[in-house]
Design a protein around this ligand. Structure first.
Ligand SMILES: [Zn+2]
Length: 85
């Protein structure tokens, strides 16, 4: 999951470290495919091979509210994560 602490600056008043994290809501969930890669053992005389395959997964999108303690503006930040099923 993405690190939400990277959002440290209010886009409105430009104050640093002013945003306090509010509610996180799940807003979407969709089926997707997750790419897995599998590295083959290195065999003598053969090229290093990388095999990729797909597994079933789901992408979940969240909206997180950040409220500025200085100007009171609310920012909505969307993040998503992909889980293997
Ligand atoms: Zn602000």
């Amino acid at each position: 999951m993405k690190n939400l602490s990277i959002i440290r600056k209010c886009p409105e008043c430009r104050k640093l470290f002013a945003l306090s994290k509010g509610q996180t809501t799940e807003i979407a969930r969709e089926d997707t495919r997750v790419v897995e890669s599998l590295t083959q053992p290195h065999l003598k005389g053969e090229l290093h091979q990388m095999a990729t395959y797909h597994v079933a997964g789901e992408r979940i999108t969240y909206a997180t509210e950040y409220v500025c303690r200085h100007c009171g503006k609310t920012q909505i930040v969307e993040t998503s994560k992909v889980n293997k099923k």
